[in-house]
Write a protein that binds this ligand. Structure first.
Ligand code: NI
Length: 392
């Protein structure tokens, strides 16, 4: 009996112990479960955080996608923060990809447009994340930019060389034509005996602002003129000298830079006259042997220094004193006469503007317009060296 009693007692204790134990065990399990869930979440969170870091480090699409999938499982607060980070990363990666593509296009096809595109795409890389790629891409673009500049320079030089070759060919053709004309193979229209002759002369040019218009006026009127050009202006505007000659005008030296020859020593006098004469003949292919002393100022030494003939004028329009065409027209017409050499300046717009009326009126009066050489040929059988001519 005593043994049974003990067993019952133990059983009761066990029962009592068990029921209390179940409660305690329940409490314990809940806490354990909470802790387990927290551990699991912490693990996912840290996994997601590592994935985001990896995506940032690699910049690979698959890593970004993995990170996005992991972040999507996080609680709202953590998720939003990480998603915002990933969105920023995606924008940066997209900008880098766009810039890379633009640089690839530039490298494949070097052009100004592609250079501008690539530079603007690189300029759009402003975040710290893109800084390294930006520097690399910028370096590539700089290399392409240098290449492009070198290409352009080569093209420009090629175009320049071609233009120079064309010019030289045209110059040669003009010289050959002029040589033929001198040889009498193509004759200029003969001047009928008894014609009233008049020579228009234009000094101090050529001038890019006024000479082209004058050339057009003369060409339209079918009238030749004589240009007494300055060497330094001929050097500055050689194409205008060539054009003057090409249109049938005579081009002669007015000295290099318009010094009063009577104030210079003989060597300087010769130098002033001949330097312009040589340059102009070289440009025109003509062999003009006339010169006009600046200010009409000459003396025996001036005439003796070269084998050229000096030419002054018999009608001075005094055009440099005015600034409108009317008095220039008036002075030319009032003093015009057979065999006249009329002095004008193609550097003044009003002088050029006076020319159409001068030509029209003198043509109506029966004048034939000739160059100075043609006039001297017709009246003196040609110009003599060391002589000065004024027009009759
Ligand atoms: Ni002059």
């Amino acid at each position: 009996m005593k043994k049974i009693g003990i067993i019952v007692g133990v059983a009761l204790v066990v029962i009592a112990g068990t029921s209390g134990g179940i409660y305690l065990k329940h409490q314990h399990d809940v806490q354990a479960e909470k802790a387990r869930v927290a551990r699991v979440y912490a693990a996912s969170k840290s996994k997601a955080t590592r994935a985001v870091a990896k995506a940032y480090a690699s910049g690979k699409t698959e890593d970004v996608q993995k990170a996005e999938a992991l972040v999507a499982q996080l609680h709202s607060k953590d998720r939003k923060k990480s998603q915002a980070k990933l969105e920023t990363l995606k924008l940066d990666l997209q900008a880098i990809a766009t810039a890379k593509a633009a640089v690839d296009t530039l490298t494949a096809n070097l052009s100004d447009d592609n250079l501008t595109q690539a530079q603007s795409k690189i300029a759009a890389l402003t975040s710290a994340y893109t800084a390294k790629d930006k520097a690399t891409l910028q370096q590539l673009v700089n290399q392409q930019k240098e290449k492009l500049a070198a290409q352009k320079l080569a093209e420009e030089q090629k175009a320049k060389a071609e233009a120079e070759a064309q010019k030289a060919a045209a110059e040669k053709a003009a010289q050959e034509k002029a040589a033929q004309e001198r040889a009498g193979q193509t004759s200029s229209p003969a001047i009928p005996a008894g014609s009233k002759l008049i020579a228009l002369t234009f000094d101090d040019g050529p001038n890019p602002a006024s000479t082209p218009q004058l050339l057009e006026i003369l060409q339209n009127a079918g009238v030749p003129a004589t240009f007494f050009a300055l060497g330094q202006e001929a050097q500055a505007y050689p194409d205008l000298i060539r054009k003057e000659a090409a249109l049938g005008n005579e081009v002669a030296s007015h000295t290099w830079d318009h010094k009063d020859l009577t104030t210079l020593n003989p060597t300087a006098q010769q130098q002033e006259i001949l330097s312009a004469n040589h340059l102009i003949n070289q440009l025109t292919g003509q062999n003009v042997t006339l010169f006009r002393p600046p200010y009409g100022a000459y003396n025996a030494s001036v005439l003796a220094q070269t084998n050229l003939s000096a030419v002054n004028w018999s009608v001075d329009t005094n055009d440099w004193r005015y600034n409108t065409p009317a008095p220039v027209v008036q002075n030319a017409l009032a003093n015009a006469h057979d065999g006249a050499i009329i002095l004008l300046h193609d550097i003044h717009s009003w002088s050029v503007a006076a020319v159409p009326q001068i030509i029209q009126t003198l043509k109506a009066q029966g004048y034939t317009f000739v160059t100075v050489s043609q006039l001297l040929e017709a009246r003196y059988g040609g110009a003599q060296a060391h002589q000065i001519y004024f027009g009759q």
